[in-house]
Every structure is written in C-alpha cells, then in structure tokens.
Design a protein around this ligand. Structure first.
Ligand SMILES: NC(=O)c1ccc[n+]([C@@H]2O[C@H](COP(=O)([O-])OP(=O)(O)OC[C@H]3O[C@@H](n4cnc5c(N)ncnc54)[C@H](O)[C@@H]3O)[C@@H](O)[C@H]2O)c1
Length: 346
C-alpha cells in the first residue's frame, strides 16, 4: 500500500513537538508532504528542518495544490472549524487538535461535514491513549466497576498559566482552563463512561489570579491582557442518570503543582485513573486493586498512529466527530451557566 500523504496546518508548538515526530516515527507508513502556516517563515524553518517538500502561507492553497490524504490541524481554537471543513471538503481525513472548536455549533458543522465527505474526523484527546485509561477501559468493559453513576474530573494547576501561545486569549481560544485542560480530563471520563448524553449543567468560573502579576511556573504570562477564567467549576448530569463534577484551573491556591485526575464510581467498584487504582468490595472485604505493571506509552504518538492506521484501513467512523460535538455542548453549557448563574438544560 502507498504511504499516507500528510499535510500540516499550523507549524507551532503542538505541530512540531508532537505531530511531526509522531509521523516521522512511522516513516514507512506516512510522508509529510506539505506544511502551511500564516507565519510563513516559521513554516519554512520547520519544513527545512524536517525535509517537508512544500511550504505555504495559507492552507487553502496547500489543499488545492498538493495531493494530500490526511491533515493535522494544529492552529489556535478559533481557526479549527475553517481549517477542518476546508480539509474535509478537499477530501482529506483530519486529526484536529483539542478542543474540537469554539462552540457546539462549530463542532456540529464539522461533524456533519465529515459525515458528508465520508472522511475520518478525529480529535487530539491523547489521554484516552494512556496505558492507565486503556487498562481502566478493559476493567470497565468487563463489568468490574458495574454501572458508573458518578465521576469527578480535575485539571488543576497551582500556577500553570501558559506563558506562551494564545491560551489566555478568549477571542482566539474560546475560554481558559475549562476548554484547554479540563477538556482532556472531561473527555477521558466521558470515554470511560461510554460518552453518555448530557442533560443539565451548572457552571461557575472565577478570575482571581490571572489578571495580576504573579509567580509563573509555566513562564511569565501576559496578565495585562488575560481574558479567560483561571478556574472553572462544573456539575453535569446525564440522561442515563449519571453525574460528574469538574474542577479546572490554570492557577489556584492549592498544594499540588499539577493535578490531572479522573475518578469514577460505579455500583461494583470505583477507580482513580492517574495512576490507576481501583476500589472494590469482595468477599466481605474492601480491596484496592493496582496494576503491578503497565507499559509506558507516549500517548500523543499512540493517538496519531491510531489516526494513521484508521486512515490507511479506510475504516471511517463518525463516532469521534459525534463525541466532539457532545463534549463541546457540555463546555458551552458550563460557560453559559457561569454567565447567567443558572443551570442549563441541554
Ligand atoms: N493535545 C494537547 O495536549 C495540546 C497541547 C498544546 C496545544 N494543543 C492545541 O493545539 C492547537 C495549537 O496550539 P499550539 O500550542 O501549537 O499553538 P501555537 O501558538 O504554538 O501554534 C499555532 C500556529 O498556528 C498558526 N496559525 C494561526 N492561524 C493560522 C491559520 N489560519 N492557518 C495556518 N496557521 C495558522 C500560528 O502562526 C502558529 O504557528 C490549539 O488548539 C491547542 O489547544 C493541544
């Protein structure tokens, strides 16, 4: 079989640190044939470094002038929708970085376009591909936790406001920690819970630390133009009766520097996922179950290699695109609820 021809939209942080190396690691299956970035010099530099033959200052020209089978979309959130729709319409499979989009309307349009085009649209939710998540999934699928009726997700940094990129710009990102890091843990929880349909959400956001100069453990951020929340709290109920609470922060006065955790509670057992520990009652005894060994994986790479394998197999599914709309619906609801002070019925 011939190699999958990849085009990259965006030559910034995630494209160069994750997507390019992951594609290069399977050079027998893929070749990166083109790269486009509005910052042409940046794209050119990256292209020279990685021997990418074609460089463009806009992806529209890249998509019309180059034979491409699949595209990685690695641009700020505001530009996901247009890039994804253009690439799908040009006949490419698409791996779009997370979050899917700025809001659910955009995500739905992207989902519908993928279905119409008969192409794969997958999102960069790499925590699904961690060993812990995959092991937990096997236990859950085997019924070890029973019915999962409640969960908690945490993506909390003590002082982790990014000092680079556009992560603190609401106009370009759609929000702060909720849409940027909370979304990773939310996706992991939903994935393990079987992506239930959300029913009602209640959200509250806070902006207490980001707008002031302070200690930056992820660089010095632009506190004068800080336009996103620094903490988001949420409660989500689902049509199947389950519930989930969410805490997400770029900065909070807490002990730990960084917490990324998903906890699930079922009627036969519970689990914390990172690291994986499960809690059950067996033979009149409360027991904890921990894996003695889990393979170390590079989850970003596993995600990208899974995308490639699916593109090459031609086995196109719309379930990632549907899940993208679903998660975006929850995020929109939480932000809307935070704004209005009322619960949002989805
Ligand atoms: N999966 C993860 O853990 C993870 C980590 C970091 C970032 N991301 C996501 O990746 C995306 C990009 O983030 P980043 O950190 O690489 O940002 P970045 O700012 O480092 O890079 C973005 C690049 O996109 C380019 N660009 C902007 N608009 C464009 C357009 N219309 N066409 C072509 N290029 C354009 C910029 O010039 C820049 O080079 C975001 O959606 C972010 O949420 C995901």
């Amino acid at each position: 079989m011939s190699k999958l021809r990849i085009g990259l939209i965006g030559a910034g942080g995630i494209a160069t640190s994750v997507h390019i190396p992951a594609y290069e690691a399977i050079a027998d299956k893929v070749e990166i044939v083109a790269i486009a970035d509005v910052a042409y010099d940046r794209a050119k530099l990256i292209a020279e470094r990685h021997q990418i033959p074609a460089v463009f200052d806009n992806y529209e020209t890249m998509l019309t002038e180059t034979e491409i089978d699949a595209v990685s979309v690695c641009v700020p959130n505001k530009f996901h929708k247009a890039a994804v729709i253009n690439a799908l319409t040009a006949g490419c499979h698409v791996l779009c970085e997370k979050p899917p989009a700025m809001n659910q309307e955009e995500a739905k349009e992207m989902e519908d376009t993928a279905r119409r085009a008969g192409k794969l649209l997958m999102y960069g939710f790499h925590y699904r591909f961690q060993s812990e998540t995959q092991a937990a999934k096997r236990f859950i699928d085997a019924g070890e936790l029973g019915d999962i009726y409640s969960g908690r997700v945490q993506a909390i940094r003590r002082r982790g406001i990014p000092g680079w990129g556009v992560f603190t710009n609401k106009e370009l990102q759609g929000g702060g920690p909720l849409i940027d890091i909370g979304v990773h843990m939310l996706d992991t929880a939903l994935y393990l819970m079987g992506y239930p349909e959300p029913a009602v959400v209640l959200g509250k956001t806070h902006q207490q630390i980001g707008t002031k100069k302070g200690v930056g453990l992820m660089g010095d951020w632009d506190y004068q133009n800080y336009s996103v929340e620094d903490m988001a709290i949420g409660m989500i109920t689902f049509n199947n009766g389950a519930s989930l609470v969410l805490e997400s922060a770029f900065a909070a006065n807490v002990e730990k520097q960084d917490t990324m955790q998903v906890s699930l509670m079922g009627n036969k057992g519970g689990a914390d996922i990172f690291p994986l520990k499960m809690y059950q009652e067996k033979h009149d005894t409360l027991v904890d179950v921990t894996p003695a060994y889990l393979p170390e994986v590079h989850a970003h790479q596993v995600e990208i290699h899974s995308f490639v394998a699916q593109c090459l197999s031609g086995n196109v599914t719309d379930h990632y695109a549907k899940q993208g709309t679903n998660i975006q619906k929850i995020i929109d609801g939480l932000y809307q609820s935070a704004e209005t002070g009322k619960a949002v019925y989805l």
